[in-house]
Design a protein around this ligand. Structure first.
Ligand code: GLN
Ligand code: ZN
Length: 759
């Protein structure tokens, strides 16, 4: 009676990011398609080898760019502008990346958006009323064959028809993409039939949208859809990232053979679900968290699943909670971790071993049960370790008072104070923080990190870049200056490296989109600021100029969202610890004579839970954390915040509740449309709507900027408007930056003259 074990997918980038490097070489025409194919093939072989101790290996989870895009090709569903000739690998890259850098209208890449609440981004399918589908792209079948030929027992992975439609968007007015379902299902039927012919028995069909708050039309569509794709194959319907118990009674009506639930993302009433489970269904228990780096407490899992195993027997499967795509590949590569820290982690490869071990233990294998106990020890010991759970930090968090989360005066009073001390002109100009990260800066940082450049020399070099940035901003005649963030590789990693309680890794990469990977830091213990982090850089920058220098911090919610959190305390508590550390930094910056401080929160919206019913609770603690950080600022200190990649409409109330004196936001790509929300809400404080898109190398013209500011001025009173780009400038070159900012300053000055005359 062996327990079936599997994972929902495996990282495709390779442990040394082999896929990234091969893709980028291929795109630069340095290798041909055969060479690229060989890399992909070797990566798959490797990941199957790793999974070979499980009951199945996953196939069809590999993607050259993104699995939703692969699904589009499989279904012969290519955006109209990219349909020329046969579908091939280059079609796929054109949809993902656009035809050329200029993304000229006809060949623009498809949109990319976040995959549920992860930091992975997928290519959004584009639907039109006359779309047809057909089996067009053999990758899935070839990969299944490859795995079978290697002797593996294969479970193909397929994005389900409803999630595929749901995750796309209509590119034509007045039709609904759900209406395409009847045309889509026959192709799914063909796919399953073909997999059946290959000798496959089980197919994993991902329908993660079942964990969202689906409206009735979508939910109702499931039953007939799964009725229509009946083909003798067994279907494991997989859900992940949140609970599904509220729709379970609908799920059990479906014509499938089992359900996978994510037991690490949310609590599920397991006994009740088991009771409601159809008699012939399997239950795949996603107990090993696929989207974090923590070693599982297998003791706990054994205890949790023991009774269920007794009830279900072979019908209980053990799995990762979701695809391991969201976790780094292999812990073995890490050289710099202490033995203790290492014993807390499990990356994808180690998580596969956890699933296998847990399966054997549930089967009653004594050695495996013993191994589970041994394996769980470090995690259990961690729970009572004082260097992890620090009494002083916990005490401080417990003592956060309501007053600490409020500024000491209301906005109107603060604004009056600030006007007096800051003496800024109408329509003040500023930038968002970073200036070009030149090759020189990057070289110096890597020399410093590898020990080739001494700390003193590195700091001297950074001072040189700050001097340069200040001189250029003075020459441009900007009103509020920044130091340029030359000392930061990344806005989150920098703070993670300077706060106690974080661990960074050498190879902990996860795919973000296409060939892009990120290496999030890990929160390993209670977070404390042991000494000031940014104060010396800001003080130095301020010493170089008579203009106001803006201090630059990353907000608590953004640090949380872009790191791997702990699993033993809540996201809220981690964020509060961060907020207290930043609060001290704000106080020290102020003490050092910095009168304007920006606390960036670009990620605040993406932290929203998947279920709408949980939004408000999250927003409440997220806003409170920001306010705790800002709360040490005196009334005359001006607090800025910055947000981008955001649709603010649905969270505008919370954006206002942050009570920042100034918010700079990304609006230029939507042509100031976004300001609508601020106007309708009667947003009370000052706003700097970004007047040009920093992601584009194009230089905005003076008249164009003036036009945008005037458009903004029709929605927001002039006295509360700032003029700035829509995000940081680190990815641009200096010539582009200076040309754009020259025009930005000219536009602000010309408008000031115009408004002075009309006053
Ligand atoms: N201050 C940061 C910068 O300018 C903000 C970056 C961001 O919003 N993502 O780079
Ligand atoms: Zn930004």
């Amino acid at each position: 009676m062996t327990t079936t074990t599997h994972v929902l997918g495996y990282p495709r980038i390779g442990k040394q990011r082999e896929l990234k490097f091969a893709l980028e070489k291929y795109w630069r025409s340095e290798i041909d398609q055969d060479a690229l194919q060989a890399v992909g093939s070797a990566l798959r072989e490797n990941s199957w080898q790793t999974q070979s101790e499980l009951s199945f290996v996953a196939a069809g989870d590999f993607a050259w760019y993104d699995h939703v895009l692969t699904t589009s090709l499989l279904l012969g569903h290519v955006p109209k502008r990219h349909r020329q000739g046969e579908i091939d690998l280059d079609t796929l890259f054109r949809i993902g990346r656009g035809k050329s850098q200029c993304s000229c209208a006809g060949f623009a890449a498809s949109d990319m958006t976040k995959w549920f609440n992860t930091n992975y981004h997928y290519i959004v399918p584009e639907f039109s009323a006359d779309d047809e589908f057909s089996l067009a792209w053999p990758q899935l079948f070839e990969e299944v064959k490859q795995a079978l030929d290697l002797g593996h027992k294969v479970k193909p992975v397929l994005l389900g028809p409803l999630s595929y439609l749901y995750l796309g968007k209509e590119v034509e007015p007045s039709f609904e993409r759900l209406s395409l379902l009847p045309r889509l299902l026959p192709v799914y039927q063909q796919i399953l039939t073909k997999l059946h012919q290959l000798g496959v028995t089980w197919v994993q069909t991902d329908e993660p949208i079942l964990a969202l708050d689906l409206d009735a039309r979508w939910l109702d569509a499931f039953k007939p859809a799964y009725q229509a794709i009946d083909c003798g194959l067994k279907i494991l319907l997989t859900t992940y990232f949140d609970a599904i118990d509220s729709v379970f009674e609908r799920i059990v009506e479906l014509n499938v053979d089992g359900i996978h639930i994510d037991l690490s993302a949310a609590e599920h009433p397991l006994p009740a679900l088991v009771k409601a489970l159809p008699e012939h269904w399997v239950l795949s228990a996603g107990v090993v968290n696929g989207r974090n780096v923590w070693r599982a407490n297998l003791n706990e899992k054994l205890a949790q699943l023991g009774d269920i195993k007794a009830l279900l027997g072979e019908r209980l499967w053990i799995a990762s909670s979701c695809s391991l795509l969201h976790s780094p590949v292999d812990l073995e590569l890490e050289r710099d971790l202490t033995p203790e820290t290492r014993s807390w982690f499990a990356f994808a490869k180690q998580k596969v071993a956890e699933v296998a071990l847990l399966g054997r233990a549930l089967d009653g294998d004594e050695a495996a049960i013993h191994a589970c106990h041994q394996y769980s020890q470090p995690i259990i010991e961690r729970g009572s370790a004082e260097h992890v759970n620090k009494p002083n930090v916990q005490q401080r968090v417990n003592r956060i008072s309501a007053a600490m989360a409020e500024r000491s005066a209301p906005y109107s009073e603060r604004a009056a104070h600030q006007a007096e001390v800051l003496k800024l002109p109408l329509l003040p100009t500023t930038t968002i923080g970073s200036f070009p990260q030149t090759g020189e800066i990057r070289l110096q940082r890597s020399a410093y990190r590898s020990g080739k450049l001494s700390q003193a020399d590195y700091q001297q070099a950074i001072k040189g870049h700050i001097q340069d940035a200040v001189a250029r901003q003075e020459a441009l005649d900007l009103d509020v200056l920044v130091h340029g963030e030359a000392e930061r590789n990344d806005m989150v990693e920098y703070f993670a490296e300077h706060l106690a309680g974080f661990q960074t890794t050498q190879f902990g990469w996860v795919q973000s989109y296409g060939s892009r990977c990120v290496k999030p830091a890990i929160v390993v213990a209670d977070i404390e600021r042991e000494q000031p982090i940014t104060v010396e850089w800001s003080r130095y920058a301020q010493s170089l100029t008579a203009k106001k220098m803006k201090g630059m911090l990353t907000g608590p919610v953004t640090i949380l969202c872009w790191t791997f959190p702990r699993e033993d305390i809540s996201r809220q508590t981690i964020t509060e610890q961060l907020a207290l550390a930043l609060r001290d930094e704000v106080a020290d910056l102020q003490q050092a004579g910095i009168e304007i401080i920006q606390i960036d929160e670009p990620a605040i919206r993406e932290g929203l839970p998947l279920k709408v019913s949980q939004h408000q609770a999250y927003l409440d603690w997220a806003v409170r954390a920001f306010k705790i950080a800002a709360g040490s600022a005196a009334p005359q200190t001006q607090i800025h915040t910055h947000m981008c990649y955001s649709e603010f409409n649905e969270i505008i109330e919370s954006v206002a509740a942050l009570d920042a004196d100034v918010i700079t936001i990304e609006t230029s790509r939507s042509n100031m449309e976004l300001l609508q929300a601020f106007e309708e809400f009667n947003y009370p404080n000052a706003i700097g709507p970004g007047v040009y898109d920093i992601h584009s190398p194009n230089i905005p013209q003076v008249e164009w900027i003036e036009g945008l500011v005037e458009k903004a001025a029709r929605k927001i009173p002039l006295q509360r408007l700032w003029v700035n780009p829509d995000c940081g400038l680190k990815t641009r070159t200096w010539p582009e930056t200076e040309a754009a900012l020259t025009n930005l300053v000219l536009a602000a000055k010309s408008l000031r003259r115009k408004y002075a005359q009309s006053a």
